[in-house]
Ligand binder design. Structure first.
Ligand code: HEM
Length: 366
């Protein structure tokens, strides 16, 4: 597997920043700082670009050659998706026709440190590539969060900036972080929703959400807004005291997959006309129709290596016919930013990943 999305026209997007002033004192960051280590604000108005965002990740985390600039610590997985055909009610994509389709993907922690210590509040991600016989790929990136804390790339970048160390103290300035949230009520509200829900104890019993809205397009060209989730089959268990192992989230996942394949249901939540498609900080009402489209099964984990998920860009705009981007401003910004991160790491010497298994150790297959 290799990738050349960095030259894809979709990735030449550049966004100009309308920067919000920071004011007031507010919400404690808690788990979001722990996970993403984001915070900050571009205090001076100016041009915001994908390059500037990736530079900011580097300013915060340092440069770790060969690694993703965000979600740096991860492992690769392979498996399959059993589609039950239900998704074809909304989308003509081949992935929603009944059948079994191969997948590969990546479990990771949000944040730019490839050697980060696993903690109960580490934000976890699952990225998946679905392949279909017609030659199409569908790439999704999901987080174990109920909403995303930022409405647009300007807010994301502003908050990221607040996590940069203050030159006077060598530490992020809490007043700047508080000021960001005071000036960005949508983010403060989203953090409240995030903090009201417990984290699961591991990767395997976490459910993951795509958060951004997309459009499902059926064979009559009717577009329906959807958000997707990967709902864990393993029962939810809240974390208590973490074991004394800096990689315990990954080690537990590897042991779990070795024991038996792990499953998630791929669920589409159907948006109603009043549901925001351009604001991932707002949850859609719980009573919305949810369509269970089939089962994702992960049966092998392997360390990042040439030819597997390491060299893939999980660009959220790699979509099959039958799924289209919504008007969510995060989507084109993500695509553009991932491209810069991908292009930088693709040209760098690769250091071994923190999570090394030595060999691929698949569980029993289908
Ligand atoms: C403006 C907002 C965002 C920015 C700037 C951003 C930035 C990044 C960057 C730079 C990477 C590394 C890409 C690479 O080198 O391949 C990344 C990875 C990732 N992001 Fe985002 N992100 C944003 C929003 C989101 C949202 C809303 C989600 C999910 C709903 C998300 C999910 C992920 C996932 C799952 C990965 C890891 C993919 C992998 O394992 O390769 N991100 N992000």
């Amino acid at each position: 597997m290799s990738d050349n999305e960095s030259s894809h026209p979709k990735n030449r997007y550049s966004f100009a920043g309308k920067l919000r002033p920071l004011a007031g004192i507010g919400v404690a960051l808690g788990l979001v700082v722990a996970g993403y280590a984001w915070a900050g604000g571009f205090l001076a108005p100016g041009h915001l670009s994908q390059t500037l965002i990736v530079d900011t990740f580097q300013d915060i985390n340092g440069v770790h050659p060969g690694f993703r600039r965000n979600h740096a610590k991860g492992v690769c997985m392979t498996g399959w998706f059993d589609s039950n055909g239900n998704g074809s009610r909304l989308s003509r994509a081949q992935i929603f026709q009944p059948g079994r389709f191969p997948v590969y993907g990546r479990f990771a922690l949000a944040g730019g440190m490839p050697m980060a210590t696993d903690t109960p509040a580490s934000i976890r991600s699952l990225a998946v590539n679905f392949s279909t016989p017609n030659g199409e790929d569908w790439r999704i990136g999901t987080l174990d969060l109920p909403v995303f804390p930022f409405q647009d790339p300007q807010a994301f970048a502003a908050q990221l900036r607040t996590t940069l160390p203050d030159p006077a103290t060598g530490k992020p300035d809490q007043a700047r972080i508080d000021a960001f949230f005071a000036g960005n009520p949508a983010s403060a509200k989203a953090i409240g929703i995030i903090k009201s829900r417990p984290f699961s104890s591991g990767f395997a019993n976490a459910s993951y959400n795509g958060l951004n809205a997309f459009l499902a397009i059926d064979d009559k060209n009717v577009a329906t807004p959807v958000r997707w989730s990967l709902v864990a089959a393993d029962p939810f268990e809240a974390e208590t005291t973490p074991p004394n192992d800096p990689n315990y989230l990954f080690d537990t996942l590897i042991a779990r997959v070795q024991e038996a394949p792990v499953e998630w249901r791929l669920v589409l939540t159907v948006g109603e006309p009043e549901d925001a498609t351009d604001d991932a900080t707002i949850p859609w009402p719980a009573e919305r129709t949810r369509i269970d489209t089939g089962t994702l099964t992960v049966n092998a984990i392997e360390p990042e290596a040439p030819g597997n998920c390491r060299d893939i860009n999980f660009d959220p705009l790699v979509l099959p016919d039958g799924i289209e981007a919504s008007d969510d401003p995060l989507l084109s910004a993500r695509s553009a930013t991932y491209s810069v991160s991908f292009t930088r790491r693709a040209g760098e010497h690769k250091n071994p990943s923190e999570i090394e298994l030595g060999t691929t150790r698949p569980a029993k297959g289908p």
